[in-house]
Design a binder for this molecule. Structure first.
Ligand SMILES: NC(=O)c1ccc[n+]([C@@H]2O[C@H](COP(=O)([O-])OP(=O)(O)OC[C@H]3O[C@@H](n4cnc5c(N)ncnc54)[C@H](OP(=O)(O)O)[C@@H]3O)[C@@H](O)[C@H]2O)c1
Length: 265
């Protein structure tokens, strides 16, 4: 099997998620742009987007599959079966990766050709800057060598975690919906700062780096988030004033309710 530097990657569908992955892989130097292929529905839009990254635009899913070792299905979940069924014979002998939400291993087994090597994943958009999360469903049909190759590719742009089918949904809510929640928090911090005279530009920069740094500190030290909060709150100080205000306004329960609402949808 080919190594990661010689692998050809093809995207069926080249929208937000596929572009984020391609951008991250190119930016990190994992895969050269001329080894990335993609097709989409609207040919003009595809040409524009392919030109932006220097990747190769294809006419059809069949052309993408023919040219690629790793085929990433990146259309909306309701289109997965429709776009893959016509190429299911050609997918045998390839590595098929899905990024579709709510499309587990078992659902693929219902329509793919028996023996197809496939893996269901859930990436999030920060893969574009090499700081994403890619959840891989525990059950898959890749060989150890193929899974090793995919992991190597993905680890260049994301934290890669294997999750059982039952927990892919909730794990995906944290990693996939989380960027929207974190962005709202960054925007709200900036609004508060602008209210007190800081420029919008500087307040976004400070709030975003604060989120990055706090996340990295937790990941690298494994410290309890509560202990991290306590470490910043000196008795009678300013931070505890903010913390108690957030508690009174229900930040914690609002976040828990948001996750619960997503899971109940
Ligand atoms: N966005 C996220 O944060 C996120 C997170 C986790 C998982 N996902 C999953 O990623 C997948 C893609 O989501 P997205 O946000 O990237 O959607 P998107 O931006 O709407 O992109 C969908 C792509 O599919 C293409 N397409 C539509 N019909 C097609 C066809 N018949 N043949 C080939 N390509 C076709 C579209 O082409 P045109 O633009 O030309 O119509 C577009 O390039 C979904 O399954 C979603 O569940 C997304």
């Amino acid at each position: 099997m080919t190594g990661k530097e010689n692998v050809n990657i093809g995207f069926i569908g080249f929208g937000n998620m596929a572009q984020a992955m391609a951008e991250g892989l190119i930016m990190k130097g994992t895969v050269k742009a001329d080894r990335i292929y993609a097709c989409a529905k609207n040919r003009d839009k595809l040409n524009k987007n392919a030109g932006k990254y220097g990747i190769c635009g294809c006419q059809s899913p069949a052309e993408v599959v023919e040219k690629s070792d790793v085929v990433i299905a990146a259309v909306k979940p309701y289109l997965i079966e429709e776009v893959l069924t016509p190429v299911k014979a050609a997918l045998k002998g390839k590595i098929l990766i899905s990024v579709a939400v709510n499309f587990p291993f078992e659902k693929f087994e219902e329509f793919l050709a028996p023996g197809t090597h496939h893996l269901s994943t859930l990436p999030n958009t920060p893969v574009a800057v090499g700081e994403g999360i890619i959840l891989c469903e525990e059950q898959h049909s890749l060989t150890d060598e193929e899974f090793g190759l995919v992991k190597e590719l993905f680890e260049s742009i994301a934290l890669v975690e294997t999750v059982d089918a039952e927990h892919m949904g909730i794990a995906g809510t944290i990693s996939g919906c989380g960027p929207a929640f974190a962005a709202m928090f960054i925007e709200a911090l900036s609004d508060g700062a602008v209210l007190h005279g800081l420029s919008r530009e500087l307040s976004y920069k400070l709030a975003s780096q604060m989120v990055v740094g706090t996340g990295k500190l937790q990941l690298m030290t494994g410290r309890h988030p509560g202990a991290m909060k306590d470490g910043v709150c000196s008795p009678g100080g300013t931070t505890i004033v903010g913390v108690t205000t957030l508690e009174r306004k229900g930040l914690r329960s609002a976040v828990i309710d948001a996750i619960d609402a997503v899971e109940s949808k």
